[in-house]
Design a protein around this ligand. Structure first.
Ligand code: ARG
Length: 417
């Protein structure tokens, strides 16, 4: 009789390579390796420790060499940009107001493909290579519970708790061909088109400044160009559609802006983060494209959104980022807030000029041909002024009436204001 199958989220790195054999030995299953390309390969060229995701065939073969019965590689770069980055950008989603949700956005997409492959291969469950200390385990498992509650969730790394050295020994004893790296990264890295994350190593001391070698996608400001560079980003319905007048698909636009902003040292984030599992952790992120696009999008919203809507949107944005961070991507609140964000972004049309210079993405201009709410005649102080200032007199009196009444009562009771 054939063994039950498990689809493992495969990265091609040490942990998930060894996990294939471990699952076979300890769970009596056959393993289907599934690697999902969400744009993590961009900096591989600069980092000898990174897996070269550009070579999808190589990663597929590696899965088989490590003992998988089947190995699939999914190119999900466009899907990631269109269905995961796009809604996050519409919501200017930043966890704790700082982190653009890099890993939190890719996990639900990876889960979607794990489940699809599980259906296609008749698997009984799915597995991930996360430890028990982070948010990613939650995102994987809650995602599966939602999309395919009948599938079992397995967490080999969390269960067996092998150290790095022990994992290398385990591989050597069993002849598992672990990825050869000329330089071992001292950090735990996750990467995709929306940014790069680094944890562990010396940065676990929150007092220690991030070492230069932790960065990959951003130049040090000292080495960044001495002249500013300007980009013009055009948006339609809240999403970027062209860069410097050149129309391009979302995935390409995000990559281009990421490279250009990264060269100016934009998007480095050093923060203490509140994990869902209760731990405070020190994280270093590089998100040049995300930071630049969010800055531009926010600014255009300021031009195009009515003020009550804009104010409410800001509160929804925080809630939205939090629920995605907490692994609730596939749930009903996410859907509901998306509907709100789509409505809010309906008239976010126009162009934004962004200056990239020495670590900052600064909006220096914005315009909207058909959707802006800025009125020169209302705003100007020169003779073109159309604003009827006489209306303000009565307005201010009524606006201040509640406070005037309250102040009189307070004074009558002998209290100082
Ligand atoms: N702390 C970030 C988050 O929870 C990054 C996680 C990165 N994951 C990793 N396996 N290194 O979204």
């Amino acid at each position: 009789m054939s063994k039950p199958r498990i689809v493992l989220a495969y990265s091609g790195g040490l942990d998930t390579s060894v996990a294939i054999e471990w699952l076979k030995e300890n769970k009596g299953v056959d393993v289907v390796a599934c690697a999902v390309d969400v744009g993590q390969g961009r900096s591989a060229a600069h980092d000898s420790s990174a897996v070269d995701y550009d070579d999808l065939e190589e990663i597929k073969q590696r899965g088989l060499d490590c003992g998988a019965v089947e190995s699939v590689v999914v190119d999900a770069r466009e899907e990631f940009a269109d269905d995961f980055i796009s809604p996050a950008l519409k919501a200017n989603a930043m966890y704790m107001g700082k982190y653009p949700l890099v890993s939190a956005l890719s996990r639900p997409l990876i889960v979607k493909h794990l489940v699809r492959v599980a259906r296609e291969t008749g698997a009984a469950g799915v597995a991930h290579g996360c430890t028990g200390k982070g948010n990613d385990q939650v995102r994987f498992e809650v995602g599966t519970m939602c999309l395919a509650p009948d599938l079992e969730n397995m967490a080999p790394i969390r269960e067996w708790g092998l150290s790095r050295d022990a994992a290398i020994d385990y591989a050597a004893e069993r002849g598992i061909p672990i990825p050869v790296k000329s330089k071992e990264s001292p950090y735990s890295i996750d990467e995709n088109a929306w940014g790069r994350t680094a944890e562990c190593g010396v940065i676990e001391d929150p007092w220690v400044a991030p070492p230069a070698d932790i960065y990959e996608r951003t130049a040090d400001v000292q080495d960044a160009p001495d002249a500013p560079e300007e980009v013009v980003i055009a948006f339609r319905n809240g999403l970027p559609v062209s860069l410097d007048g050149k129309a391009m698909p979302m995935a390409e636009l995000v990559e281009q802006i990421d490279i250009r902003a990264g060269a100016h040292g934009i998007g480095r984030i050093d923060m203490i983060e509140d994990r869902l599992v209760g731990i405070k952790s020190r994280e270093i992120y590089e998100c040049p494209g995300a930071i630049t696009l969010i800055a531009a999008h926010r600014d255009l919203e300021d031009l195009c959104l009515e003020q009550e809507l804009a104010e409410h949107k800001r509160t929804e944005e925080g809630r939205y980022a939090q629920l995605i961070y907490n692994g609730l991507w596939w749930g009903p609140l996410k859907k509901g807030i998306d509907a709100f964000m789509d409505e809010a972004n309906k008239y976010v049309n126009g162009e934004v000029r962004v200056q990239l210079y020495k670590g900052s993405a600064t909006v220096v201009g914005r315009r909207s041909a058909d959707s802006g709410l800025y009125s020169f005649e209302m705003a100007t102080y020169d003779e073109a002024d159309q604003f009827d200032q006489s209306l303000s007199e009565g307005f201010v009196k009524l606006w201040g009436l509640p406070l005037k009444t309250w102040a009189a009562r307070t004074k009558a009771h002998g209290e100082q204001l």
